[in-house]
Design a protein around this ligand. Structure first.
Ligand SMILES: Nc1ncnc2c1ncn2[C@@H]1O[C@H](COP(=O)(O)OP(=O)(O)OP(=O)(O)O)[C@@H](O)[C@H]1O
Length: 578
């Protein structure tokens, strides 16, 4: 895991910083929610002393009403603080989430290859929420709690300096003791959580493999394993629970002892005449008030560790940099017409010290020419396609499109003029229109209908009750392919990379797909990663890839006619007419 510098931590927390006005409002609300509860015991003291001194009912009722007003206002201030703090956290969370999502989407394919979507969702959602929740709790419990404790000590010091000093000492001892106890409880609670996670993991795995387990008669063993995991969790949880109860008991006794000490001292001062009954009640109330902020503070001490870990993980993701640098002087691709393609001595490996996946790949396509890439699975065809789309930069050699080194090409222009149709078409739970335009306002409805007609989805669209507005439901693999072609037609690219779907389609859909491929490649430069040799009849050139090298390259017709060519033999083996 990345170690987090203060700068990294700042770069995460800076996004949670509120505006000046919200910060002022929040500070005022925190101050009010601290000061108002402090005032309540003063009113009790006045009430008791006045009652003992024989004050009239009118005065006592007034004090009681004052007490009520302070209590209501105090609760109101606390609610306002909670509301302001959570609004602040939501604003900050949304900013942070937005920035993280944008950052993650902009990172290289190499990063996405190393990290699962689940992991990224956990960063962008789980960790961000944990950090934001901690910020709210920090403001509500830590800042407000410390202020309240300080306020109580200061007020008691002014009422009776000796009692104030005792209360201060008592707070310090309790604080230290609770922090120590917390340190004991945290590992034990963590062990219990880990045991629970292990049990769930065990269960998940066994359920996922239920068919194999049953078929092989391993049920008894699986149940035994589950029993052991459950029992480990029970013991860990029992120990954690016992420790928790002991700590709670200890804390309660400590607080009771503190209250007793303060009461005894107050009684003694009362007897020596230095304290009124009202002041003794006031001290008693303040002593009781100490407990809640302490408990909340200690809780936050535990959350602090988790939040810090969240900040570290978010910081680690933010520290990831793109390895595909934006060009210093971006140049646009030719705006219209097919684009020539040239790979010169391209070498590549996915990891810095990893195995070479491509070596010395050299290919040249004139504008409008098409190339079929063939080769065994894992030979490097898809990787070549990725080079052409600049999803990765080559480790050696250059890739040129439209005469320009791809590293110098303006990325926006590359996205406009080049397009990819991949094997796994990503469809969204959205309208047909949004699925075609990918949520961009790039074409009117008439054009969308025309394009769907072109790829042979006209009838399919006509059968949808809501037309282009229909939510995309279950579509077949063939329809998904055709929708992907329609997307490609919409942008009218000059270079198309087509990673042919290997899934089997019914003959009618297959013909529709093939017709669309022909139309898509007509008048465009194309690279076809072919999984079916029959698809190659439409391409001009063939490159046979083996272990990352081009082992045969030339015009398709020449290679097909050559009795000794690898391509020719592949066709023979597959039973495809040369
Ligand atoms: N994202 C990745 N990270 C690391 N290695 C990868 C990655 N993608 C592919 N490889 C490796 O690179 C090599 C070439 O893979 P590639 O996908 O280019 O082959 P392919 O010819 O397209 O295979 P297929 O026909 O199965 O799609 C393989 O050894 C593969 O394991």
């Amino acid at each position: 895991m990345t170690t987090l510098t203060r700068h990294d931590r700042y770069s995460v927390l800076r996004h949670l910083r509120p505006g000046r006005r919200s910060a002022t409002a929040l500070a005022a609300a925190i101050a009010a929610s601290t000061l108002l509860p402090l005032a309540a015991p003063q009113l009790t003291r006045r009430f008791v002393d006045d009652a003992i001194g024989g004050a009239g009912t009118h005065r006592l009722v007034l004090i009681a009403l004052g007490y009520l007003a302070v209590a209501v206002a105090g609760q109101g201030a606390r609610m306002l603080t909670a509301w302001l703090a959570s609004r602040l956290a939501w604003d900050g969370t949304n900013r942070l989430r937005e920035m993280l999502a944008e950052h993650a989407l902009g990172l290289d394919m190499a990063y996405h290859g190393r990290h699962t979507p689940g992991e990224m969702i956990e960063r962008v959602d789980g960790d961000v929420v944990a950090v934001a929740e901690f910020v709210v709790a920090f403001l509500m419990d830590v800042v407000a709690g410390l202020l309240l404790l300080a306020g109580i000590v200061v007020v008691v010091l002014t009422v009776d300096p000796r009692l104030g000093a005792v209360l201060l000492a008592y707070c310090l001892v309790i604080g230290y003791g609770m922090a120590r106890a917390q340190r004991l409880a945290v590992p034990s609670a963590a062990r219990s959580r880990a045991a629970h996670a292990a049990m769930i993991g065990n269960l998940e795995e066994r359920l996922a493999g239920a068919e194999d387990i049953r078929a092989n008669g391993a049920g008894e063993h699986a149940v035994n394993g589950f029993y052991r995991a459950g029992s480990a969790w029970f013991h860990a949880d029992y120990r954690a629970g016992r420790l928790g109860t002991a700590l709670l008991g200890g804390t309660t006794v400590a607080f009771a002892a503190g209250t007793a000490i303060v009461l005894a001292l107050a009684a003694w001062s009362r007897q020596s005449g230095t304290l009124t009954v009202g002041a003794a009640v006031l001290l008693f109330q303040y002593t009781l008030m100490v407990r809640t902020p302490f408990e909340r503070l200690i809780d936050q001490l535990r959350e602090y560790q988790a939040a810090l870990a969240g900040v570290a993980r978010i910081g680690g993701m933010l520290a990831e940099r793109r390895t595909l640098p934006d060009p210093a002087d971006p140049r646009p691709l030719p705006a219209t017409g097919p684009l020539g393609l040239r790979l010169d001595g391209v070498g590549f490996s996915y990891a810095d010290d990893g195995e070479r996946v491509l070596s010395d790949v050299t290919i040249a396509l004139a504008p409008g020419e098409t190339l079929g890439l063939v080769g065994r699975t894992g030979s490097g065809k898809t990787t070549i396609a990725r080079m052409v789309l600049r999803l990765y930069d080559p480790t050696e050699g250059t890739v040129r499109v439209g005469g320009l080194d791809l590293r110098e090409v303006d990325p926006a222009s590359a996205r406009r003029r080049m397009c990819a149709v991949t094997q796994d078409v990503q469809l969204f739970a959205a309208s047909v229109r949004d699925n075609l335009t990918l949520f961009r306002p790039i074409a009117g409805d008439d054009r969308l209908r025309a394009v769907l007609d072109d790829v042979g989805l006209g009838e399919w669209l006509a059968a949808l009750p809501g037309g282009l507005d229909s939510e995309l439901g279950g579509v077949s693999a063939g329809e998904a392919q055709l929708l992907a072609f329609a997307r490609a037609f919409l942008t009218d690219p000059g270079l198309v990379v087509l990673d042919e779907a290997s899934s089997r389609l019914d003959p009618a859909t297959e013909r529709r797909v093939e017709r669309s491929v022909d139309r898509l490649l007509a008048g465009r430069t194309g690279v076809l990663v072919a999984h079916r040799l029959s698809s190659l009849s439409r391409v001009d050139k063939i490159a046979v890839v083996d272990h990352g090298r081009i082992v045969e390259y030339g015009p398709r017709e020449e290679l097909a006619a050559d009795p000794l060519s690898r391509f020719g033999r592949l066709l023979d083996v597959a039973g495809v007419r040369r």
